[in-house]
Ligand binder design. Sequence first.
Ligand code: ZN
Length: 203
Amino acid sequence: MKLICVGRNYNDHIQELNNTRPDAPVIFIKPDSALAQPTQPFFIPDFSKDIHYEVEILVRINRIGKYIQPEFAHKYYDEIGLGIDFTARDLQKELKSKGLPWEKAKGFDGSARIGKWFSKKDFVDINDIRFRLEKNNQVVQESTTAHMIWSVDALISHISEFFTLKIGDVIFTGTPAGVGPVDAGDFLEGFIEGQQAFGVKIK
Ligand code: ZN
């Protein structure tokens, strides 16, 4: 299975990193080795002094698809989740400045955290799901999928033009504003429509 991630999908986050709004979704892939077990802590790797959390709405693909039209995209998933795209921001900045791929900064072991899955039917409107991330019981990121530049269905359509979607693939749909660093001892907790999706200790 692959983890397909979307960058720059919320205007407020594009502004906080001084990035420009892209003409098409920014896509990158994390390998399956990036996935941590749900109960495992996140271990800060030696190669970074600036690991950031990015909370993101997740979609799990349930059918094989290629060239999926936006109007049929909803047939390719029936579960929604919440996760963290852990990012070595210092390494990412360095690679970006050299015009090199971000892969090491985004796809390292443990960099993908996936919480509990919820049935799509639990949500009134996929295009208005509220979610938040708390760090040590303080809200640090809070948004709704209504603020996405590209909706879940638009992303599935776009991604499937380049990558065949397979059963079990997970899409990380991008992060809103409020990204920030983690330190050993921190506790991250994610909520989707008020329900706890994950809790992660930082070590
Ligand atoms: Zn991200």
